[in-house]
Design a protein around this ligand. Structure first.
Ligand SMILES: NC(=O)c1ccc[n+]([C@@H]2O[C@H](COP(=O)([O-])OP(=O)(O)OC[C@H]3O[C@@H](n4cnc5c(N)ncnc54)[C@H](OP(=O)(O)O)[C@@H]3O)[C@@H](O)[C@H]2O)c1
Length: 277
């Protein structure tokens, strides 16, 4: 199935920077109408200026997604502005890089709050509107919810315990909803990036004290992840590992899980050697 996006209303979270911002820019050529959200209004406005240059219709709707009433207002505002909602594309999230034994309950709860609870609750809120979109659309139209998950949703990576917990939970939710949502005509899609170059690591990470060697310099560009996200949406890919390294690790988890655990251990040892040598 190929999803034609022209004229469709997309609610995009995490649009202020990083992957979400690049997804907004990549969607321009598909003729969507965009509701963009995140907490920083200034960053949303600057993105809206860029999008409007190419004639894209944009609504700037700043929102802290961890607040229930703000989520409800967000969905209501999208419908008030555009009269419909056809796609929820969730790219909001935070991470924490550090060992679990020295982390805190506050970090664990903060990561779960945005990466899992907000993602789940926003999905629930959008169901009635997405179902309406399905019922009102042509026979070949299917609305969708696409979550930008992470390789951490399929593989347990040392020094990313909170992120892995939140993303495994989100993957589980998506897989359960995929079957449930059949009767609402809604597709559940997931894109799993590996390590991605961040616009601002200090805002992305609640903590940056990880003890594993990760190649941040060689990390994927957010533009390339955005391209994968848009492809997954257009071609209705249920689960897409973004980039070769991520695909390889994702495949290895299924085909040779012990080998993957060994590689993780090597990376932890490599970090320790670099920091003692
Ligand atoms: N970067 C990576 O290496 C990587 C790898 C795999 C998966 N991912 C996942 O990909 C997604 C995007 O990551 P990224 O690299 O683009 O991160 P990023 O550059 O830090 O952007 C995160 C986005 O989430 C928004 N956000 C954070 N907390 C929010 C809240 N409480 N309410 C509303 N919006 C909030 C931020 O906007 P405001 O701060 O303005 O609110 C920002 O737009 C996340 O789910 C992340 O877990 C990232």
């Amino acid at each position: 199935m190929r999803r034609r996006l022209t004229g469709r209303v997309v609610l995009l979270t995490g649009a202020t920077r990083g992957i979400g911002r690049r997804v907004a820019l990549a969607l321009q050529s598909h003729g969507v109408r965009l509701a963009i959200t995140g907490r920083s209004e200034a960053e949303l406005e600057s993105l809206a200026v860029e999008l409007r240059k190419t004639g894209t219709e944009v609504a700037v709707l700043p929102c802290d997604l961890t607040i229930a009433s703000a989520r409800e207002r967000l969905v209501a505002d999208v419908v008030a502005k555009f009269g419909q909602l056809d796609i929820l594309l969730n790219a909001a999230g935070v991470s924490s890089f550090g060992e679990f034994s020295t982390s805190t309950e506050e970090i664990l709860r903060k990561v779960l709050e945005i990466n899992f609870f907000a993602a789940g609750e926003l999905t629930r809120l959008c169901v009635p509107q997405l179902e309406k979109s399905w019922q009102a659309g042509p026979a070949d139209w299917r609305p969708a919810v696409l979550h930008v998950v992470s390789l951490c949703g399929r593989v347990g990576i040392p020094s990313l315990p909170e992120h892995c917990g939140s993303k495994h939970a989100l993957v589980g939710l998506c897989e359960a909803l995929r079957c449930e949502f059949e009767r609402h005509g809604i597709d559940m899609l997931m894109v799993l990036p590996g390590v991605v170059r961040s616009d601002d690591l200090n805002r992305h990470l609640l903590r940056n004290e990880g003890k594993i060697y990760l190649n941040f310099e060689g990390a994927q560009r957010p533009e390339s992840v955005a391209k994968t996200v848009v492809n997954a949406l257009v071609n209705n890919r249920k689960e897409t590992a973004a980039g070769f390294v991520c695909w390889w690790a994702w495949f290895c988890k299924r085909a040779a899980p012990r080998a993957l655990r060994w590689i993780m251990a090597v990376k932890v040892a490599k970090f320790a050697r670099r920091n003692t040598g």
